[in-house]
Design a protein around this ligand. Structure first.
Ligand code: PHE
Length: 340
């Protein structure tokens, strides 16, 4: 019986060390050391031995059982460790792999220029005022001294919503709203959207203006020229040439238009400036006393200037964009050029 036990032990050891999976190991465990195991069978056979030999053999079988249990538990640890390492390797993070690319947004060129213009005037003591995109005729035309039969009121220029309600055609409406609510001195800028029934390479039906209004005692045309000069140099560099040219607006007297030398050809004449050598950037003038009086401001005591810059125009000039529609199509290939 002893020989038989040794033989069984030898086979068990060999099989346990060769087993590869936890599942197979557990089967070996029940086969060799479990309740119905081979070793238990030896225990059952003890009765057939001579009496004196029984305790000693019982001990031997128990030792053998403990030994096998230990080998099994060692093998279990080995297999578990091996599986754990395998698993780690299989799910390892490859830090040399290139990352996934995410597109990063950036400011639209109009927003950039808008903010730059705003900052320039804020640094000169202007406050930012706001108005409404949807306006009435009073703020868009009447209070701005625009006669009933002025062509700008025409349906072909202005988007009317109903009778008296329209999409503002100019940020000059904010001049009126500001004067309604504030007494001089006034020194504001008003950026915003405007709408006109126009659509070509240099006009968009929705566009952006930056209005300015300064009202105080002794404000003169020289102050207007000065501030425009500072602005133009700050925006386009100190070398840039600008000019103001007589013009007409119903709400300013005298009125002017502001031009800068064509940034494309430097004044020689090209298709961007339509061979003029100059590019138009906005309108300006001294606030008409009629406007001041309509709003209850004493035009004997106070005077002021106003101007309106085309933000999109400034962006086109600054970035040499040949067609205004590019600014509104939002083609990523175009916008990406302004991401820095
Ligand atoms: N509102 C005028 C326009 O849109 C520009 C302007 C503003 C002119 C202020 C004079 C003073 O053309």
């Amino acid at each position: 019986m002893r020989k038989e036990l040794d033989k069984t032990l030898e086979i068990a050891r060999k099989e346990i060390l060769e087993v590869e999976t936890l599942h197979d190991l557990m089967q070996l465990k029940s086969r060799f050391v479990g309740k119905k195991s081979v070793l238990n069978n030896f225990m059952k056979k003890i009765g057939s031995l001579p009496k004196e030999g029984r305790p000693a053999f019982g001990q031997i079988v128990n030792q053998a059982k403990n030994q096998l249990a230990e080998i099994i538990s060692n093998r279990e640890i080995e297999i578990k460790e091996r599986d754990y390492k395998k698993n780690l390797q299989a799910n390892a993070l490859d830090i040399t792999m290139p990352g996934r690319h995410r597109e990063q947004g950036s400011l639209h060129p109009i927003t950039k220029v808008w903010r730059e213009i705003e900052d320039t005037f804020i640094s000169m003591g202007f406050e930012v005022a706001e108005g409404f995109d949807i306006e009435d005729e009073f703020h868009n035309f009447d209070a701005l001294n625009t006669p009933q039969d002025h062509p700008a009121r025409d349906l072909s220029d202005t988007f009317y919503i109903e009778n008296d309600v329209l999409l503002r055609t100019q940020t000059s409406t904010v001049q009126i709203r500001t004067m309604e609510n504030h007494k001089p001195p006034i020194k504001i800028i008003a950026p915003g959207r405007c709408y006109r029934n126009d659509n070509d390479a240099s006009h968009s039906p929705a566009f952006h203006q930056m209005e300015a209004l300064v009202i105080d005692e002794d404000v003169s045309f020289a102050d207007l020229k000065d501030i425009l000069n500072i602005f133009v140099k700050k925006m386009f560099g100190s070398e840039i040439e600008s000019r103001i040219r007589p013009h007409f607006f119903p709400f300013t007297e005298p009125s002017a238009e502001i031009d800068i030398v064509c940034v494309n050809c430097g004044g020689k004449g090209c298709n961007v400036c339509k061979n003029q050598g100059w590019l138009e950037m906005g309108g300006a003038g001294m606030v008409d006393p009629n406007v001041l009086e309509t709003l209850g401001i004493d035009s004997e005591k106070y005077s002021g200037y106003a101007f309106g810059l085309g933000i999109d125009r400034v962006a086109m000039l600054k970035y040499k964009i040949p067609d205004m529609r590019l600014l509104f199509e939002n083609d990523l290939r175009f916008l990406k050029q302004f991401s820095k």
